[in-house]
Design a protein around this ligand. Sequence first.
Ligand SMILES: [Zn+2]
Ligand SMILES: [Zn+2]
Length: 330
Amino acid sequence: MRAMLLDAPGRTLREADVPVPDIGPGEVLLRVRACGVCRTDLHVVDGELPSPKLPLVLGHEIVATVERAGSAVEGLRTGDRVGVPWLGWACGRCRFCLRGAENLCPQARFTGYQLDGGYAEYTTADARFVHPLPADISDVEAGPLLCAGLIGYRTLRLAGDAERVGIYGFGAAAHLVTQVAHHQGRRVFAFTRSGDSAAQDFARALGAAWAGDSTAQPPEPLDAALIFAPVGDLVPLALAAVEPGGVVVCGGIHMSPIPSLPYRLLWGERVLRSVANLTRRDGTEFLRLATAAGVRSEAHPYPLDRAADALDDLRHGRFTGAAVLVPPAH
Ligand SMILES: [Zn+2]
Ligand SMILES: [Zn+2]
């Protein structure tokens, strides 16, 4: 099969012919239909996440059909369409797993990082960690739901019942979360790179009540702020934009250093927290909500062999929405 391999951090992805992977009894062999490109992939390529599997097939927003199910797999059969997200496996026995926090499992393994992912024609997954996908969304459009959507949803969920929600960094996650938040009757305030009027127009088109530069103060105080850009300098700005009792949630896996800040920005029972990974429950809830809200994703298809270009375009903010790789048709 064709696969795009990362040989080591800092290297350009290499197109290779590799054997179709074997599966264990609890696994499924999947034919990849589409795979979203996530900012986390850039962090892996740049060596900002420690000890990836090498060589590695990136990609954790996988839309696929089941080609073959292992002997112990229940509830999935050949031809079923499923999504494979970032959480590829958790132990099920540690204190985190037992309290429903499998996203924090110290032994958890992640797709496209410690397990081979979806920048390939085929991949494998533990059948217990894949998600059936709603029928009314195309393969390409479904890709971004599986990380940008899902982790975006967890980020929004951890903001509680905030009514006025600021979103910093208006990329793949933000454009999906805005639609969900709007559907839930919240008001969204979108903060973009300075002068990025295309992203600001995009945010308003998706239902944002206001859009402006990340250094601007919103027209009214916020109840919560979600930060999706990997920029630590946004943390004091977001804290300054939320009211006493408000929460700032950092939704990314990596962020540049957070500058020191005066205590008054945190004072007033403001909360600063991060989101790590996702649970299967987040996936189930989000996919149900995305269907109810009629969430559309702005997806830009790239052929699989142009994965490096898709990563480069993401790095330089050359599109709004999300890039999605599509393997050649069989
Ligand atoms: Zn565990
Ligand atoms: Zn991701």
